[in-house]
Design a protein around this ligand. Structure first.
Ligand SMILES: Nc1ncnc2c1ncn2[C@@H]1O[C@H](COP(=O)(O)OP(=O)(O)O)[C@@H](O)[C@H]1O
Ligand SMILES: [Mg+2]
Length: 258
């Protein structure tokens, strides 16, 4: 989908529920194209739920409900009245990587190309080149180039996470959603992912959830702080970290300062 404006997501008066339980209330935010946004907040504050709302991944939970406007590139993505939302197209545009790498029980090579093959994005003659380009992009090529046909399960957690990213990138998403992408990684793999996020932010819209405030500070331009069932505060990274408006934000940042 081409975005007619600089704004990729608009959320207006959005309320998210599981069953009758409100998870987030009155969410009003916008996200710019080709920017890096972090979502921070205490455990259970709704970070993952908000992230999954953006590519309709919560649809997998039958009790999930979303009211208000969630617009992606000018299209209301929860408005099914005209049968107008092509969810698989939406998820092709908006890739996602989870906290725990979730790979298919097949080879490293097949994992990178999974989406490309399934969606028939590129001709077979380009497959090897795509695999190499994507694995290089996530700093994994040198570690796996001699065992592309080996099972992806052989890889370490950090390598698997980079492979998940390579697989998402191979589908040429316009937006990348990352849910605590470095939570279970060693420092070296975390650094690799952080460098990659910075690099990707120049050409894609990246939205990531993190518990590491330093990571949010270093990588993102915009920060969304969730607490007590709402977006407590959001805005430019400098404003949020150096002079937050809300007491709750101040307390959260102070409590997490290391
Ligand atoms: N599939 C689900 N069904 C019911 N409640 C859920 C589901 N997923 C998350 N929740 C609830 O929604 C709230 C927010 O969860 P989550 O978005 O995972 O928070 P965070 O990512 O900030 O830790 C929590 O109270 C959690 O228990
Ligand atoms: Mg979460």
């Amino acid at each position: 989908m081409d975005c007619p404006s600089d704004t990729v997501f608009i959320l207006e008066d959005v309320n998210l529920f599981f069953g009758s339980v409100p998870i987030l209330t009155d969410v009003n935010i916008t996200i710019r194209q080709r920017s890096i946004t972090s979502i921070i907040g205490p455990s259970g504050s709704g970070k993952s739920t908000l992230l999954r709302t953006l590519n309709r991944l919560n649809d997998h939970y039958p009790t999930f409900r979303c009211t208000g406007l969630v617009s992606y590139c000018g299209n209301s993505i929860y408005d099914n009245r005209n049968g107008s939302v092509d969810v698989s197209r939406l998820r092709q545009d908006i890739g996602m990587v989870f906290q725990k790498p979730c790979l298919f029980p097949t080879s490293i090579y097949e994992n990178v190309l999974f989406g490309v093959k399934r969606l028939k994005l590129r001709p077979k003659s380009e497959f090897y080149e795509i695999a190499e380009t994507m694995l290089r992009a996530v700093f994994l090529w040198d570690e796996v180039k001699d065992r592309l046909k080996h099972s992806a399960n052989e890889l370490s957690q950090g390598q698997q996470q980079r492979l998940s990213l390579a697989r998402a990138l191979a589908c040429e998403p316009k937006v990348l959603l990352l849910d605590e992408p470095t939570a279970s990684l060693d420092p070296k793999s975390s650094e690799a992912i952080e460098s990659l996020i910075l690099k990707l932010g120049t050409r894609l819209t990246v939205i990531f959830v993190t518990h590491h405030l330093e990571q949010a500070k270093q990588l993102s331009e915009t920060v969304i702080f969730l607490s007590d069932g709402c977006v407590c505060e959001w805005g430019g990274v400098d404003a949020i970290f150096s002079c937050p408006d809300k007491i709750m934000t101040q307390q959260y940042l102070a409590g997490h300062a290391s």
